[in-house]
Ligand binder design. Sequence first.
Ligand code: UDP
Length: 329
Amino acid sequence: MSKRILITGAAGFLGSHLCDRYINEGFDVLGMDNLITGRLENIQHLFSLENFTFYNHDVTKYIHIPGHLDYILHFASPASPIDYLKIPIQTLKVSSLGTHNVLGLAKAKNARILIASTSEIYGDPLVHPQTEDYWGNVNPIGPRGVYDEAKRFQEALTMAYNRFHKLETRIVRIFNTYGPRMRLNDGRVLPAFIGQALRGEDLTIFGDGSQTRSFCYVDDLVEGIYRLLLSSYDLPINIGNPDEITIKQFAEEIIKLTNTNQKIIYEPLPIDDPMQRKPDITKAIEILGWKPKVSREEGLKITYEYFKSLSKDELFNKEHNNFEKYIIK
Ligand code: UDP
């Protein structure tokens, strides 16, 4: 009998790639999403498959799944600074109340559960590169606090279920990841820059561009998650690409990639924008035998092809999501 896996956030960027991977591995995949930031376009190719089922459901509400479950991947959450500003309460709820519901479901079904955490739990890190034993430097009440603190709470709740209920849990700390199906206007730097280049606009660097990030191609991330779920390691583990770059260099790479003559313009740095970020992946290498394989040059080419394939409507539509009707009263 096929293994059954529930993937929350299935219509999102990472969730949809995970659905593809588990379908290809022969699993029965149950995808769940409330489509606030997810897009059905990301998974429409799966709807005709017998081993894919979609639930349009908000994980912060009680979750009912008939039948058994072997695994749960909890990937539902807004995940960009613009999203946190637009829907801060949902951002807090999905990783707190939503995580509580999926942990309860895992316990009821005796399923192993993997929770998507984030490098944001390190905040503006004072340790570089970031190791899993670093506790972070987070501003709880800043605009990013709704995401960072919810994800920190999520880790605490997950470890409590692990220790108290003996639930089989896994925690992945995801660093900046990119690839096809990122939302064009989610505010993240890669879709922002590529979108600007395609529309013939200037590229906006926030701050002086000396802040760093380390970008991981989505297929590498999915492989790391796949291995982590099958492993017996239950403490948090960093998955990301340690190839660090300044945002200024990144903008120059995008200009070269898109073969445009766009100018770079500078705008103020958002509050609490981390100055540096790079994963220490020693644990992933040792425990999972994993490290990223796709270079930025290769990954960016594939991603650029995806953005080029979008329609003009999508490219010029600034509101690329359904936020408004979901804003909490
Ligand atoms: N950034 C930028 N221009 C943009 C969007 C983002 O310079 O149009 C910067 C942002 O300030 C941050 C970096 O790029 O320093 C990565 O931002 P992103 O939102 O992609 O991810 P995060 O800050 O969560 O790593």
